[in-house]
Design a protein around this ligand. Sequence first.
Ligand code: WTA
Length: 662
Amino acid sequence: MSNERAQGLLLDRLINSPLQHASQSVFKDMTSYEALCKEAQKEPELFWSRLAQEHLQWDHPFSHVLDKSHAPFYRWFDDGALNASVNCLDRHLGTECEHKVAIHFETVDGKVTSVTYRTLYERVCQLANALKERGVEKGDRVLIYLPMGDEGVVAMLACARIGAIHVVVFAGFSAIALHERLQDTGAVAVITANVQCRSGRELPLKAGVDDAIALGGCEHVGTILVYERTATAWPRQEGRDFSYAELVSQQPTECAPVSVSAEHPLFILYTSGSTGKPKGVVHTTAGYLLWAKLTMLWSYDIQPSDVFWCTADIGWITGHTYVTYGPLAAGATQVIMEGVPLYPDASRVWKTIQRHAVTTFYTAPTLIRALIKAAAQEDVYAPESYDLSSLRLLSSVGEPIDATAWRWFYEHVGHGRCPYVDTFFQTETGGHVITPIPGVTPLVPGSCTLPLPGMDVVIVDEAGEPRPWGQGGLLVIASPWPAMARTLWRDDERYRQSYFPEELGGTLYLAGDGAVRDEDTGYFRITGRIDDVLNVSGHRLGTTEIESALSRLDHAVAEVAVVGQPDPSTGEAVCAFVVLKKSDYGEEVARQIAQELRQQVARDISPIAKPKFIRFGSNLPKTRSGKVMRRLLRSFAQGEKEAQDISTLEDPSVLDHFSVIY
Ligand code: WTA
């Protein structure tokens, strides 16, 4: 192909989408982006040190930038001291931000409460005082099990204020999952609500905490604080359980912050790994907070006039970084929505943008796909039926976004005038890793484009050698960065083995995703997980966890294998291959067992992990050495029956039995 033609094709694919009202303070154009990347490459410690001094408020300045002496257990800004809640709240008092709205909280029934930075500060201080009164101290773990709302943000910051380490557990997780996290962290207190309001129903939440504690071994939990979302009564154990009205509302609205070391753990957040139990990812204070704030500036050009709306729940990393710490550290106004954006229907999303004049809308591809479907059904669900002219930036995270959905969002929601910021990151990376700079990086539908300055992202082969553009491989981060996870809670060895494998030389951070760089642009495209982690609607689920849950139905189940199957609405769906103990069952029995299996997964993990497809058969396909052939199951589930070499398969006919889906 001639150079000119290649150039033409390339330009054809790139979309230059200028950002309206851009502050352009950091990046004016690609040259300034490249200059910052170079600065980070040349003198990484100077680069990060400069940013940490400019963007964080320190109680005590740091003198070391990076301690590599126990790599891969890096330490950043180690001898500095600060407080995260001060950086998110106190810092704004006495500025024009003090009486600005920090959070517009919208309940499922459409009631809006607007909380200023001053009020948020006072609420955080009150809750922090209540925790102190109950004896919670610096370093103690506090588990937060709350529905999505402003109270969750208050709870996280109250912990940070007194140096307690928060452990947020998504309110959709089961009592068993909660028990596992309570035990693993040895939490001394739980902050929960009597109920959560979701999809028109009130679901008990406090009762779930009681169920978790009843499973035993949680004597360390000395306090349960119950936020009363509604007037519904909740089970109470005297001396341990308190309502907000009793313990929080009367507290003073000032609470002296506890100054902690830069490396003091700020939170533990559990996420699925490819094997065994969930990983308790530990993030520390300064490095994480720095990145939360910087990425608000870099990826979102956040400005005082912006109204930011991130639809993620605080139970996930996106909620931690882009609901709690990032927007507040940046002094932004944001929208928080109770319940799910699609309830009562898809118009809620557009009405919310219109009502609050949202400028920056950050969501998940799964929601975009659902919105596309709804918009095609009725005009009231179509974005065109609303005034969305306030929008200036669109963004998504959690899954690859296909080019068609990208274009729909860009054209129908952003009317071609809002840059689309596809952000790639992970629980372990703390904040964005690969993402376009809005208004600066030319866009390609379906690509997260290029790494942010300071993020040394490389694609390597199985031996850790760099791959050329155009050839896929493993996504790794080759240099430490301040917001990286520090370890897995009480499991340094698992941290090292999971993220810095010896096969790659022991120094590269292995993300667990495959990726490829475009031959022409060098842009990154994430090709999906390379391990046994599924991505269902942007939720990370471990296949082994689901398999264990299914196997617990042991009166019926002999053996199971779980794989992911591409799905038009959830991206990937859980598909379970199950061998039952009895072989003589009829359709009715199979249907009933399938239902029991789904309930078992909901009970053990969460309804989000329930298998969409269940297939029964007489034997799992195994190699002669007895290993389950997962790749074969994956392609079978996709309907690619003969796509694989089955010569090593003991009995090639075993798959036929699995044809019926329940
Ligand atoms: C996937 C969520 C493609 C990826 C923030 C990663 C993505 C996992 C993208 C992390 C994206 C996240 N494009 N895939 N823009 N963003 N992923 O820890 O597989 O819940 O490893 O963090 O989501 O999921 P986690």
